[in-house]
Design a protein around this ligand. Structure first.
Ligand code: SF4
Ligand code: SF4
Length: 156
């Protein structure tokens, strides 16, 4: 008989505990972000799609040499000081978002940005971004924080 009442008591208390959790969440502010109308917050140190400043690039290829998966493809026309950058592509099928390519750049023209949305229909073409072609959020000056100072370019 004792165990009968114990079971009833256990059923009542666990139901109350469960409902307390439910009501706590019903009354709290939702954390869901209504993407794409709302953009999620990212730390200034986020390593998203790259940002590249093609006009500053001196085509030294140090970034491509530093890349552990060889996913940066650089092409140029001409040699030496008259060389022109004709292709600077990153294959996001392979990219690890490690940021190693940004560190050796002597003119600081390749950065990790905060853009993350690279939805595409064609994996073989659209996910390889050539930064010298077209316009996009990636052809821009730095919006992310400078890793050593923690300061964003537009906040200086
Ligand atoms: S983030 Fe890493 S994997 Fe991606 S291009 Fe740069 S070095 Fe290569
Ligand atoms: S390291 Fe910098 S300057 Fe050299 S090729 Fe890469 S992006 Fe251009």
């Amino acid at each position: 008989m004792t165990s009968y009442f114990k079971s009833i008591w256990s059923g009542v208390t666990t139901t109350i505990k469960g409902l307390a959790v439910t009501w706590r969440h019903v009354l709290s502010k939702p954390v869901t972000v209504q993407y794409p109308e709302e953009r999620p917050y990212f730390s200034p140190y986020e390593r998203g799609l790259h940002e590249f400043e093609p006009d500053k690039c001196i085509i030294c290829e140090l970034c491509a040499k530093a890349c552990p998966v060889d996913c940066i493809y650089i092409e140029q026309e001409g040699r030496g000081k008259t060389a022109t950058l004709t292709k600077y592509a990153i294959d996001y099928n392979k990219c690890l978002f490690c940021g190693l390519c940004t560190e050796p750049c002597p003119v600081d023209c390749i950065h990790m940005g905060q853009e993350f949305d690279l939805t595409a229909f064609d994996r073989t073409q659209d996910v390889i971004v050539d930064f010298t072609k077209g316009e996009g959020p990636w052809r821009t000056v730095r919006t992310s924080a400078e890793p050593r100072t923690g300061v964003r370019a537009h906040e200086k």
